[in-house]
Structures are given as structure tokens and as C-alpha cells.
Design a binder for this molecule. Structure first.
Ligand SMILES: [Zn+2]
Length: 210
């Protein structure tokens, strides 16, 4: 993948997130690992106007940005790529139902087997910190331990994948699960799957779609 292709893929991913309603207004951002660093969507640019040349390249060693102002959450992206070699792409959303649960600081328990797509038996909610800060990145990394997605308290959600496209798909799945969980809570208390059942699903998913 050359840089021009990586930029196009990132613009396509950002548009898809926007079309799926994952990122209202100018919220959220996405990135793709590239070389020793990464490419990330720019700060505060409307998704429908985003072009390949607007994408910003960040040097992780210096934090230096090339080609514009990177998303305010660039530290989170930098730290995930540094600490998680399994991450090839990251999608950060303010999607409505995941954010609703995040505002309640309510993690998603194993109420549906698809929760295991995030890597384990729950999707945690990271402690609150101001957007764009190192504290937010640190708390998100802690909530992502052994997982590929988490909620961010009073903020949104983040998902990572082996590829950018997998990250976006997981972000969509987290939003769908959050919606189902919220709906189930409106009727009653969902029955949760136990650790053994969830471990079986995690194991099955290791080979799913590969
Ligand atoms: Zn955000």
C-alpha cells in the first residue's frame, strides 16, 4: 500500500462512518498505520469535504504533523499504534447509542455473543478525561487491554482492527450492540452469557472469516 492508496482508503472510511451515522457533525476521526507512523483525518473538517490531500501524516517519535492539523485525538491514535501491534487501523466515533451508554458510564456486558467481536466478554467504558488529552489516551488504552473496542465515558467509542476497514466494521458493530442493549434494558434485564459461553465464542471468532 503506497501513501496515495492509504489516503484514499482513509477518506473512504471517514465517508462510510459519516454515512452510517457514526459521526454526527464533525465528530470522530479515523487513522491507518503507515510506515513507522500513521495517517489520520484532519481536525475539524466536514467529512463530505474531506479529500486525500487533507489527510495528515504524523511522525510518532516527534509528534510532528505533516500536511495540516491532525485530529485532536492524534495522541490516542499514536499510543494505540505504539502499544498495540495488532492495530492496523483505528475508528473513533461519537455514534448515538454507544455514546448514550458511555454517558451512563455503563459498559456493554455479554448480553449477546457478538460482544466477543471486541475480543472478550465485555466492552469496557474508559474513565472520563478531557478530549484530546494524554489522560484520555491513557484511560482508553487501559480499557482496551485484551480488547479491540471500548466506550469513552461521556464522549464516544473507539475500535481498532488489523486493517482500517475492520476497525470501521467493529465500530459499526459496537454501535449496533449498544442499540440492542439499550432496547433490551427498556423492556427488562437482559440475560447474560457466562464466561464459558463467551470464551467459546472468542475461540470460534479467531478463525471466523479468515
Ligand atoms: Zn471524540
Amino acid at each position: 500500500m503506497n501513501e496515495a492508496e492509504a489516503r484514499e482508503r482513509l477518506v473512504a472510511a471517514a465517508r462510510r462512518m459519516r454515512e452510517r451515522g457514526l459521526n454526527p457533525a464533525r465528530s470522530g476521526n479515523a487513522s491507518v498505520r503507515f510506515g513507522a507512523g500513521f495517517l489520520v483525518t484532519p481536525s475539524g473538517l466536514a467529512y463530505e469535504r474531506m479529500r486525500a490531500e487533507d489527510i495528515v501524516r504524523v511522525d510518532p517519535a516527534t509528534g510532528e504533523a505533516h500536511g495540516g492539523k491532525p485530529s485532536s485525538e492524534w495522541r490516542l491514535h499514536r499510543d494505540v499504534y505504539e502499544r498495540r501491534p495488532d492495530a492496523g487501523g483505528i475508528a473513533h466515533t461519537h455514534s448515538p447509542d454507544a455514546t448514550t451508554l458511555a454517558c451512563l458510564r455503563r459498559p456493554i456486558p455479554p448480553f449477546h455473543y457478538e460482544v466477543a467481536f471486541a475480543g472478550g466478554s465485555d466492552i469496557r467504558c474508559a474513565e472520563y478525561a478531557t478530549f484530546g488529552t494524554q489522560a484520555l489516551s491513557d484511560r482508553a488504552l487501559a480499557a482496551l487491554e485484551g480488547r479491540r473496542a471500548c466506550l469513552l465515558a461521556n464522549h464516544g467509542a473507539v475500535a481498532l482492527g488489523a486493517t482500517l476497514e475492520e476497525a470501521v466494521e467493529l465500530a459499526e458493530r459496537v454501535e449496533a450492540l449498544a442499540r440492542l442493549y439499550r432496547q433490551a434494558l427498556q423492556i427488562g434485564e437482559p440475560v447474560l452469557l457466562d464466561e464459558v459461553e463467551m470464551a467459546q465464542v472468542v475461540e470460534k471468532l479467531r478463525t471466523y472469516g479468515k
